[in-house]
Design a protein around this ligand. Structure first.
Ligand code: BGC
Length: 713
């Protein structure tokens, strides 16, 4: 308890005083608090996702663990409240690291208010497959952007003395057959893309825990994968915290322990008495168990959960609602704005037609373990079966009605509503309006991949017919990731609003009526067709590897013993996201990094200086008529011989500029961002040659270019 000692010293001292049973108690959960009568040791569980009893006589609190990707989950069950921030992909669209820290800190404060000391947030699986049902829980397709943003989210959470967490390690890129699939991928591709996002996120955020994933990677389950957990995470990256299994993702005792799994969740099938037996039989060394326990304790000391335990209280609801609105404002991406249709004039007496199923009731959110319970409950009854497999996957609409927000934002307007269920009727109403706002949705949830990126429920036909009747149609997309837009040329405007959280509807109105000048940019490419994806068809599991939850207990046993493996070959390799479209020369609907503003910026005078850290300096001008923020991006094309995709993001800056003002902008480009993984030498390397640097507003419109030549390193 001597706070002058380091977390490592404190963990080591404490460890010396623990019995084998006490150590093993730290290495597993006591059952999912949702699953009813649990282990008697779980009597103090707070009702989250998991619980590890503490050692009260040693001053060590239990781990109260709960999902909280964008807000604390499962608050409704205990009659409590939590704020839903826009989903993680939305936060990434802000490219704003300070905002990400405030986002994380808000989640951390609410975790504490609700009695938790550990999050299960921090999803950073790189989007190789945008139909992945959890795309909304991640930060897009670029390792530098995703890793940096998640790192700052984690930093924010941990600043409140809550244990931070990053997941799902690794290459957990599809939900279909997630307990059975083996992600097949080359070492170089993995190192430079999926693993790099984790490496950066862990470096920036220093989370106390890493969650290993459900899937296999190159044959071995992620939670007993020696290469991932031991070689990469613990030996090379020197990760000092603990590896926690995803829920029911542990499949062995000795193999998992040797590979580096430290804690089984949510129960103790492999890391309870089975682990003790393995120690007694000499299959697992005592020193290995010590290392597992030391890591758990170290993370507790390092995060501050021992010295500053949470105290339950009512969250600061109002301040957090304001932050939710600010995050949404800064994450809404303006994708199209023909003839400056937007912003609308709030003071004008105009006829505004709001169209959309449920647009008079609420806004949709992302489902699964990231689901935050809305205040007042679901705004609509859950959709009938077919749309979801289980209760925890049902679509939840926040009672945050776009119609009411528009009425409030435009008091002089005559606002009417059509639910969009009859496209012809909606088109007739549209013909008589000055402007039409269509709220379109695409539900996404953990455990269910999308069959297609197309909007569901015939919304494409609805949008097309409304836009035909009135070209002043603006589409507001409530989606977890990219969608197809066959009607794009017919509409006047499009805003990607993501799953926008507690205050989404008001934030959208703020952007529509120009109270806020949009500045967000896409962290993910929007392709034209499904057929343009690296895998035009989603890889589905064979029947034997599919989950069937009709009998939960049976299914849990099946998962623990392992479902028959099938593979997804990530043979596109390094070509993730824009790397794929650029390399294949494919047109896209909207490129990575894209986003419009109500003002315009020009770029000039690029120079590159520096040696170990290169430095791009250029001038940015606001030549439009409003003040605004620009996210200026720096890409590099590596020498051809490296076999890399045409360009990669190496840095960015977000700059605020008043009308008519200019700024000299400097973006640091550390050498590590120019490296490739040399598989033969087993190290990062710089290839000798010419590097083409581009600076501009997105990945496909270079405004400035320069070449630098680097020697081999
Ligand atoms: C999910 C994790 C989550 C865990 C606990 C799993 O099904 O994959 O992301 O943290 O459940 O709820």
């Amino acid at each position: 308890m001597d706070t002058h000692l380091s977390a490592d010293e404190r963990a080591n001292l404490l460890l010396k005083s623990l019995t084998l049973d006490e150590k093993i108690q730290l290495l597993h959960g006591t059952g999912d608090p949702h699953d009813g009568p649990a282990d008697p040791l779980a009597r103090d569980a707070n009702g989250g996702s998991g619980y590890v009893p503490g050692l009260p006589e040693k001053g060590i609190p239990g781990l109260q663990i709960v999902d909280s990707a964008s807000g604390v989950c499962y608050s409704a069950g205990s009659g409590r409240y939590s704020t839903a921030l826009p989903s993680n992909i939305a936060a990434a669209s802000s490219w704003d690291t300070d905002l990400a820290e405030r986002y994380g800190a808000m989640v951390g404060h609410e975790l504490r208010d609700l009695g938790y000391n550990m999050t299960l947030g921090g999803g950073v699986n790189l989007t190789r497959e945008p139909r992945d049902g959890r795309t909304f829980e991640y930060e897009g397709e670029d390792p530098l952007l995703a890793g940096t943003m998640v790192g700052h989210l984690i930093r924010g959470v941990q600043s409140t003395h809550v244990i931070g967490h990053i997941k799902h390690f690794a290459v957990n890129d599809q939900e279909s057959g997630r307990h059975a699939v083996s992600s097949e991928i080359s070492e170089r591709a993995m190192r430079e893309t999926d693993l790099l996002a984790f490496q950066i996120g862990i470096g920036v955020g220093q989370p106390g825990a890493v969650m290993c994933a459900y899937n296999r990677v190159n044959g071995d389950y992620a939670c007993e994968n020696d290469f991932l957990l031991k070689t990469v995470l613990k030996d090379e990256w020197k990760f000092p915290g603990f590896v926690i299994s995803d829920w029911l993702a542990t499949h062995s005792t000795a193999k998992a322990s040797h590979a580096g799994l430290d804690q089984e969740q949510p129960g103790n099938v492999f890391f309870g008495s089975a682990l003790k037996l393995a120690v007694e039989h000499g299959e697992v060394r005592q020193a290995e168990v010590d290392d597992h326990a030391r890591r758990v304790l170290r993370s507790m000391f390092a995060a501050g959960v021992v010295d500053d335990p949470p105290i339950k209280q009512v969250p600061d609801v109002f301040a957090h609602a304001r932050l939710a609105r600010e995050v949404a404002q800064k994450s809404i991406v303006l994708l199209r704005n023909e003839n400056a249709l937007l912003p609308l004039d709030a003071a004008r007496a105009q006829r505004i037609l709001v169209v959309g199923q449920n647009a008079n009731k609420g806004m949709i959110s992302g489902g699964g373990s990231a689901q935050v319970d809305p205040p007042g409950g679901n705004a609509i009854a859950p959709l009938p079966a077919g749309n979801h497999k289980q209760d925890w996957q049902k679509a939840v609409w926040f009672p945050d009605a776009p119609l009411a927000s528009i009425q409030q934002a435009a008091p002089a307007a005559q606002v009417s509503f059509d639910d969009g269920t009859d496209a012809a009727r909606a088109a007739r109403a549209a013909a008589g309006a000055d402007v039409v706002l269509v709220y379109a949705y695409q539900y996404a949830a953990e455990g269910i991949d999308l069959a297609t990126l197309a909007l569901p429920d015939e919304q494409d036909a609805l949008i097309a017919s409304v836009a035909k009747a009135n070209p002043h149609t603006v589409v507001l997309l409530e989606t977890g990731g990219p969608v197809l837009m066959p009607w794009i040329d017919q509409v006047g405007g499009v805003l990607e609003t993501w799953f926008s959280g507690t205050a989404g509807a008001d934030a959208i109105a703020d952007v529509l009526f120009g109270k806020v000048n949009p500045s967000a940019k896409l962290p993910i490419t929007f392709p034209v067709h499904d057929a343009d994806l690296p895998h035009p068809k989603l890889v589905l599991p064979p029947p034997a590897s599919q989950e069937d939850w009709s009998d939960e207990a049976k299914m849990s046993r099946k998962l623990l013993s392992g479902l028959p493996s099938f593979t997804t070959s990530y043979d596109e390799g390094l070509q993730v996201g824009y790397g794929w479209y650029d390399q294949q020369g494919k047109s896209v609907l909207f490129p990575f990094g894209f986003g419009l503003s109500y003002t315009s910026f020009t770029y000039s005078s690029l120079s590159i200086t520096g040696k170990d850290t290169l430095r791009a300096t250029f001038t940015l001008n606001n030549v439009g008529t409003r003040s605004g923020d620009e996210i200026a991006q720096v890409y590099v094309g590596l020498p051809k011989a490296t076999g890399e995709p045409p360009k990669r993001l190496v840095g960015w800056a977000k700059i605020h500029l008043e009308v008519g003002k200019q700024a000299q902008v400097t973006v640091d480009l550390p050498k590590t961002r120019f490296m490739i993984w040399d598989t033969a030498q087993h190290r990062w390397a710089i290839a000798a040659g010419q590097y083409a640097i581009e600076v501009g507003p997105d990945s496909r419109r270079p405004a400035l270019q320069a070449n630098v030549s680097l020697s081999a390193e």
